[in-house]
Write a protein that binds this ligand. Structure first.
Ligand code: ISL
Ligand code: CA
Length: 573
């Protein structure tokens, strides 16, 4: 048996909402909680079971809400706590669940704890953060921030530096301090006691720092520094999470998912977070959608975060990556499956074809999303095939990372603006943050006021209203997949086995559970593509299960971006 234990969150489909870009009801150009309430029936109609809400807490918005200044309040731009309570009630009324983003690696520099902390060396809150003296008139060590520049910021008041993995307005919390952990637990209980159904833990594999903050150096014989060795999976991370599980999570019937960017080399270390015998998290986002392939890497941007340097990917790497995780996690661990979120380009633009084959390729990718082993996550707008923003001017960008990267690059390269923009057009996080396209009317039906970020000009063609009118739309294909997954345990719990491993254009695998077996074939190219099934499958009787073209043409050819799932009869034909 490979299904392990059954759990509601394994069978659920999650829909991720980026609130500021979802629906605006008061015309200030920013999506709000009432907007979400007004669209709950839409999400229900799709068939999703769980809503993951990106941060709506009070925040100065340096990083769009991932810089929290008060964990127990709703930011005014999103509404009030009463609005939130209504949202939760309305979600539950529709038999759906709601999980919140938990941003505890850092706070905003405007959070009360940090305001206190920076006042003096002996302030009660000093040790809530990492304060260190400089070395020889420089930063305490050579670590750099994910958002560019040093990870240390000098603070005049006390003449010391504080540590920030992200922007300087996001100081890292010191989890080694038990008071910090207790505060975090109490914030979590406060929300759970309201009745929310779980958390998505932001950047959780970074919470434990190496004591002493040693300078980072390349390993012997290597040129580049492997920053992950210093930043990820710190020595006490599992202790902290196990404690959090024991004291808080285990007391509620909820789900937990941690964000833990990881490479293939990290699989063993990452499994530890989700091995159910260890009592930490239910699943993680290991960012296996972030396929790194050599080549096509411009000499730009932050050397620390290579994902920003890489915008070419190869199917061979995608297959190897997904197969490695799918097989390594095994029966004691569960996975999350996603191909994009608010930190990545749109999945159809990145992995599919957002031109001629937009509809076919979006459906093909959806087929993958719902037939791999793990809980599927839909990012708002992907269910109608929304595409990258493709902004032409730096003025259109809002993301702190995009702007920092642009400034850093243009400062170092005279006339490099065009190149920096080219990179941003491919990979900027703003690509997936443009307002949700509800209809072909004013502001795409997002709201009456000018939106905080530009609307994708293709909203006349790509929008919810037209998707709901068209029985062949991407929307209805998602709906069908969600429904099928509810009816067929094999899609949820079935064992994964890759086939056609060496095929350059097709990703294919089987799923099997107690005599039920599915064959999944995905063509990642815009051409007709031949394949030959392995002997063991060749002679089996098969029936059409689901696919993005009507009925398959031939048993050995896939049409452009065709996805086909067949159910395999155990009898030989
Ligand atoms: O760690 C990384 C690379 O090794 C990053 O990919 C990191 O995991 C990611 O940037 C974290 O993202 C999350 O936290 C950020 C926020 O800007 C993102 O929107 C959020 O998803 C800081 O809170
Ligand atoms: Ca609003």
């Amino acid at each position: 048996m490979c299904d392990g234990m059954k759990d509601w969150w394994k069978e659920a489909t999650v829909y991720q909402i980026y609130p500021r870009s979802f629906a605006d009801t008061n015309g200030d150009g920013i999506g709000d909680i009432r907007g979400i309430i007004s669209r709950l029936d839409y999400i229900k109609r799709l068939g999703a079971d769980v809503i993951w809400l990106c941060p709506v807490y009070k925040s100065p918005d340096v990083d769009n809400g991932y810089d929290v200044s008060d964990y127990r309040s709703i930011d005014k731009k999103f509404g009030s706590m009463a609005d939130f309570d209504t949202l939760l009630r309305e979600v539950h009324k529709r038999k759906m669940r709601l999980i919140m983003d938990a941003v505890f690696n850092h706070t905003s520099d405007r959070h009360g704890w940090f305001i206190e902390s920076r006042k003096s060396m002996d302030n009660k809150y000093r040790d809530y953060y990492f304060w260190r003296s400089g070395k020889n008139g420089r930063e305490p060590n050579n670590w750099i921030s994910f958002f560019g520049g040093s990870a240390w910021e000098y603070d005049e008041g006390t003449g010391q530096y504080y540590f920030h993995l992200f922007s300087k307005e996001q100081p890292d919390l010191n989890w080694a301090n038990a008071d910090v952990r207790n505060e975090i637990h109490s914030v979590m209980r406060w929300w759970l006691d309201k009745g929310i159904d779980g958390f998505r833990f932001d950047t959780i594999n970074h919470i434990s720092k190496i004591p002493g903050f040693p300078d980072a150096k390349p390993l012997r014989g290597q040129k580049r520094i492997d920053w992950g060795r210093y930043y990820k999976n710190g020595p006490k991370v599992h202790f902290y999470l196990n404690e959090m599980n024991r004291k808080v999570l285990s007391k509620y019937d909820i789900m937990s998912v941690g964000e833990t960017a990881a490479t293939l080399e990290d699989i063993r270390a990452t499994k530890l977070y989700v091995d159910r015998r260890r009592h930490e998290l239910d699943m993680v986002f290991h960012e296996n959608n972030e396929i790194r392939s050599e080549g096509g890497r411009p000499k730009a941007s932050n050397p620390l975060d290579e994902r920003y340097n890489t915008f070419k990917w190869r199917l061979g790497d995608l297959k190897r990556n997904f197969t490695a995780w799918q097989t390594a996690l095994g029966k004691e661990c569960w996975d999350s499956v996603y191909l994009g979120n608010h930190d990545y380009p749109r999945m159809v633009s990145h992995f599919g074809d957002d031109g001629k084959y937009r509809v076919e390729s979006a459906k093909m990718l959806a087929t993958m999303l719902f037939t791999l082993r793990g809980t599927p996550y839909i990012y708002q707008g992907d269910e109608i095939g929304m595409t990258n923003a493709g902004f032409g001017s730096i003025k259109d960008y809002a993301d702190v990372w995009a702007i920092n990267m642009y400034n850093e690059y243009t400062a170092g390269h005279k006339g490099g603006g065009g190149h920096a923009l080219k990179i941003l057009r491919e990979i900027s996080r703003d690509n997936a943050r443009t307002p949700m396209q509800w209809n072909a009317g004013k502001n795409a039906g997002f709201g009456s006021g000018k939106p905080w970020i530009k609307i994708n000009p293709n909203y006349g063609r790509i929008n919810v209203e037209s998707a709901l009118r068209d029985r062949d739309s991407i929307f209805y294909y998602y709906k069908r997949l969600i429904k099928l997954r509810k009816e067929h345990g094999v899609m949820v719990y079935g064992r994964y086995r890759q086939i056609l491993k060496g095929h350059p254009d097709i990703y294919a695998y089987t799923r099997s559970l107690n005599g039920d077996e599915l064959l999944v074939l995905l063509n990642f190219t815009a051409k007709n593509t031949n394949y030959k099934l392995p002997r063991a499958l060749e002679n089996k009787e098969m029936e059409f299960f689901v696919g993005n073209y009507t009925k398959s043409k031939s048993r050995n050819v896939l049409r452009p971006y065709e996805a086909i799932v067949r159910s395999i009869s155990q009898r030989r034909s």
